[in-house]
Design a protein. Structure first.
Length: 310
């Protein structure tokens, strides 16, 4: 719920066309920011690439005794006094499904946040698509775009998002029929039992999940005082607090308990959980998820990375 004057969103009940136009304006800017962030974090990362049988060149390395002479690259070896072999890349493209919550609650931005939750979710999603596409992975979005392996997959995903119909709640995942990775990005403010009830069957089907909780700092800190009117962006219901500061301690306790419960429940499913605030850098959430997808544990509380990247 949010304080009046801090919600950058149409009022509940606005038609879907207005919501679609708003997203169409937002997505191109998010794509530009996503590519900038991806370029920042991608240096030095080889994704899932491994030495093996394949078509593409990966690296030169010194020849080892016992290797087949047919693997020696004589042209490269002629440049100095060493003998080199040409390694090729093992290309085992993996399917990774990306989803960002576009429900009205994601439009919230307080004066403490750098951007709206929706904007941050889109940037993280598109930046992740950019990095994965460069690594040769197949990228899809449930209900919006079938998996594709292409260098411009992030751009094609951005275009698909612009024209996507409005949705509410977690995505329809019935089209995901093979073992894949699923990255879900949203605020996950719904009842935790309901969220886990939707995700548990996916874990049993063999999907490896990575949940990124996007929150505005005001949702966590509750910086309100005095008479404050709160509005539920999903329903339009209002709550007026005469002295909002008297609710702070209890609110923070409940909020932290909800997050901890969500994280523990996801870990019991074998899934990963990253908590990210919009007053932090988008690259922190991107690096945390990227590390999980690479099979490495992410650092920081709840798996969130706290690097100093742009």
């Amino acid at each position: 719920m949010a304080s009046i004057g801090e919600i950058v969103t149409p009022t509940p009940g606005k038609d879907a066309l207005a919501r679609a136009r708003q997203r169409a304006v937002l997505v191109p800017d998010c794509m530009v920011e996503a590519r900038r962030i991806a370029n920042t974090v991608i240096a030095g990362w080889h994704g899932r690439r491994k030495r093996g049988i394949g078509e593409n060149f990966w690296q030169f390395r010194p020849y080892a005794n016992g290797e087949s002479l047919s693997r020696i690259d004589w042209r490269r070896s002629a440049r100095d006094d060493h003998t080199y072999v040409r390694d090729r890349e093992w290309e085992a493209a993996h399917t990774i499904w990306l989803w960002a919550d576009m429900s009205p609650s994601m439009l919230y931005k307080s004066t403490l946040g750098l951007v709206s939750k929706e904007s941050r979710a889109l940037v993280v999603m598109l930046a992740l698509a950019e990095i994965l596409a460069r690594s040769g992975e197949r990228i899809g979005c449930p209900g919006i775009m079938e998996p594709i392996a292409a260098r411009n997959a992030a751009e094609r995903l951005a275009t698909a998002l612009i024209h996507a119909p409005p949705t509410a709640g977690l995505p329809d995942t019935r089209m995901i029929r093979v073992a894949s990775d699923l990255v879900l990005i949203g605020d996950f403010l719904d009842d935790t039992d309901n969220v886990i009830g939707r995700l548990a069957p996916l874990a049993r089907r063999g999907l490896q999940g990575h949940v990124v909780e996007i929150s505005d700092p005001a949702e966590e800190l509750f910086p309100y005082s005095g008479r404050t009117e709160f509005i539920d962006p999903e329903t339009g219901e209002k709550l007026v607090a005469g002295r909002a500061e008297t609710l702070r301690e209890e609110y923070q306790t409940v909020y932290r308990a909800r997050r901890e419960n969500l994280g523990q429940s996801l870990r019991h499913l074998g899934w990963n959980f990253v908590s990210h605030r919009t007053d932090r850098l988008a690259s922190e959430a991107l690096v945390a998820v990227h590390m999980y997808l690479s099979g490495m544990p992410a650092a920081g509380p709840h798996g969130a990375s706290h690097g100093g990247m742009a």
